[in-house]
Design a binder for this molecule. Sequence first.
Ligand SMILES: Cc1cc2nc3c(=O)[nH]c(=O)nc-3n(C[C@H](O)[C@H](O)[C@H](O)COP(=O)(O)OP(=O)(O)OC[C@H]3O[C@@H](n4cnc5c(N)ncnc54)[C@H](O)[C@@H]3O)c2cc1C
Length: 379
Amino acid sequence: MKYDVCILGAGPAGLSAAFELQNSGARVILVERHTTPGSKACGGGLTADAMTAFSRMTADCASNDEALVSQLAFEPYQRLTVYSGGVGVPDFIHRLWCATAHTGNNDIGFLFSSRLRFRTAYMHVSSRVHWQSHLLKSLQNKGVRVLSGMRGIGFDRKSVVLSNGSSVHADFIVAADGSKSRCRRQLGLPSAVGAVCRQLRIPRSLAADAANAAPSVWFNHDLFGASYGWVFPYRHELRIGCGVPTELVHSAARLKSAFFSWLSHLNISWQQGKLEGGSIGSRYAGHRFGHIFLAGDAAGMASSVTGEGIGQAIISGAEVAREILQSNYRSSIIPALAIRHERTFGVLSQSRPGPALYRYAAPALRFPGVASLAIRKFS
Ligand SMILES: Cc1cc2nc3c(=O)[nH]c(=O)nc-3n(C[C@H](O)[C@H](O)[C@H](O)COP(=O)(O)OP(=O)(O)OC[C@H]3O[C@@H](n4cnc5c(N)ncnc54)[C@H](O)[C@@H]3O)c2cc1C
């Protein structure tokens, strides 16, 4: 059978494109490498904007937003703790902080912390395996053909060669196959990877010090450059991770040592959890190449500074679907998102005040309105 569109990847970008296309009556086939999608390393945090995009994508899957959030077991968070510091902090303040910090033995120089409370949930978390499987099933029920456990390995005019040697014929291809997209590579584009990450998943009971009810983010320019470390609490586990833009990671060993020294600061032994690694697709180089479209991390839509990419993947998936459905539609949203990320990276990473912004982020965020403004500007 010939399809209108073949989508590679059942991540947020591929799912979003599939919903948009299917709702308009297109014949869609979705090819996913894993038998269960969503197991990739990810903090799994959806900001308020990402949640809005998520609700739009799934508008007809539940009677209302609240029903969907509870069906997909999303946990909302209104509180956030921000820590910041780094080398350069005056020594006597550093010592004072060491004496009072709740984690005790502070040899890294984290200086300040701020506990913020937002009026509404600024972030939701839920297991990606759970919600992606749920949405994939719902697409299947709507008539999308799903091939799981199969990879797209070759792309030529209007067909995709699969790992079992067969081919799928389609008028359009949407490559939503993540930051190391094979399709992007075959198009001859530079890698989309703009940041690399490490994450530890550990039962809450084994990380008592860090297992506060609220998520926390840790800014330390010396360790993470223009990125940060995160501790996201789930019902049964903590996801503790950090990302560093590729420009600042001189070697994989450097990232590993920064991550491990931070974990020891948190009094967490990595041997007791599950270590993961991953990359962020944040280098946009176009998304439309004849009959092939790139979406999500494959198109470089994530932010190498904030590490967020789920919302951008959902938005870009829907946008490329619209370009396929309406021959004269050209998305202005996709390039605008890419420009915004580049600007954020420029301000935070390459400008002179960048490191200071990170060092003094926590106290600055205590001023009324600054936290909401920062989230609006940078996420
Ligand atoms: C450690 C870490 C933490 C993160 N935390 C957050 C966070 O808290 N919040 C946030 O918003 N973002 C976060 N991100 C970024 C986020 O994970 C990505 O931006 C997002 O998943 C991109 O979605 P996507 O659909 O483009 O790609 P992916 O989610 O990577 O999905 C791609 C899919 O394609 C499949 N695939 C790959 N190759 C093929 C092939 N050849 N054929 C068929 N299928 C294929 C894969 O199996 C996968 O299911 C994090 C990233 C990392 C690495």
